[in-house]
Design a protein around this ligand. Structure first.
Ligand code: PMP
Length: 326
């Protein structure tokens, strides 16, 4: 792999070499059938096998309980900013949702949800996106339809190191940039979603894991492609799914499993990010990480260059984070 260019961007990120080689090998002729996954029918038995294998590997890797549906949808993480309220804000009559806004991505999600119901930002407004506000400062609404948070804020490098306690209210998480990077107790969540292009594949497919009993309260105005009940009821095949992206996802899941699963990914991510944080901490203020020690992301490490007591303007203007635009 040493001839290939390094890509430190958060996403789309590099894919494991064995995944690319497998895709290359099978590009013209998948499994001896004489055509590529790019060309085959999404209703063919070959693609059905690819789809089923990806789902069962994902269930295995995350220990997804049987009462959860797994979907492979289009529209990216951004599509889910709309799909989540369209499908879940009607769970309770008040059409209210609680949002934790800890960075760009949860801020965008909250803004989108405002189109469909009342959005309550549960904590005092943050001056900068450099920490997860202490849960003692949150005021959760017990009659909210769900509580939403972004598990890893890609641009700001803020990662939750705990699962929020919502006192029985459905918990929703955007795991687009730390999906499968550590074990997760799925049973604590009503819904988890993740775009594939950062940790588990290429752009085009977004994984949605949803507890079955939450389906069926979709707002009338929800486009059918974003309707979880329809998509789950049709095993993500209501319309043509992103077949090739699902195939790549399956190859990456297989690679993760062969590496040792989510526990191995967690170890790797701690080691890799730890090397950068150690360097920042030992740089005597040359590099500065603005993020609070308790919630520094293992995925994206924002840092600035500037002397400790030096020129504020220089420091402000020297964002060197990974990435600035993910
Ligand atoms: N959520 C997070 C945490 C992200 O990092 C991104 C993309 N950078 C998105 C959502 C949006 O994803 P997409 O570009 O696939 O719509």
């Amino acid at each position: 792999d040493n001839k290939r260019t390094m890509n430190f961007g958060a996403g789309p990120a590099k894919l494991p070499q064995p995944v690319l080689l497998a895709a290359q090998k099978e590009l013209l002729d998948y499994n001896g059938i004489g055509i590529s996954v790019l060309e085959m029918s999404h209703r063919s038995s070959d693609f059905t096998k690819i789809l089923k294998a990806a789902e069962s590997l994902l269930r295995e890797l995350l220990g997804i309980p049987d009462n959860y549906k797994v979907m492979f949808l289009q529209g990216g993480g951004t599509g889910q900013f709309s799909a989540v309220p369209l499908n879940l804000i009607g769970l309770k009559e008040d059409r209210c949702a609680d949002y934790l806004v800890t960075g760009t991505w949860s801020s965008k999600a909250a803004k989108e949800a405002e189109k469909y119901g009342k959005v309550n930002i549960v904590h005092p407004k943050l001056d900068s996106y450099t920490k997860v506000p202490d849960p003692s400062s949150w005021s959760l609404n017990p009659s909210a339809s769900y509580v939403y948070y972004c598990c890893n804020e890609t641009v700001h490098g803020v990662e939750f190191n705990f699962v929020p306690e919502t006192k029985g209210v459905v918990l929703v998480s955007d795991m687009s940039s730390n999906f499968l990077s550590r074990p997760v107790d799925v049973s604590k969540f009503g819904l988890i979603f993740a775009g594939a292009q950062k940790n588990v594949g290429c752009a085009g497919v977004t994984v949605v894991i949803v507890r079955e009993d939450l389906l069926g309260k979709t707002l009338n105005e929800c486009p059918v492609v974003l309707d979880y009940q329809v998509q789950a009821g049709n095993n993500s095949l209501y319309n043509t799914p992103p077949c090739f992206s699902i195939y790549i996802l399956g190859l990456v899941l297989d690679w993760i499993q062969r590496c040792g699963g989510t526990a191995a990914m967690e170890k790797l991510s701690k080691e890799k990010s730890g090397m950068i944080y150690d360097l920042i901490n030992q740089s005597n203020g040359f590099y500065v990480c603005p993020v609070d020690q308790t919630c520094r992301s293992r995925m994206n490490v924002p840092f600035r260059i500037g002397k400790k007591d030096g020129d504020e303007a220089l420091r402000r203007n020297s964002w060197t984070g990974l990435p600035n635009l993910a």
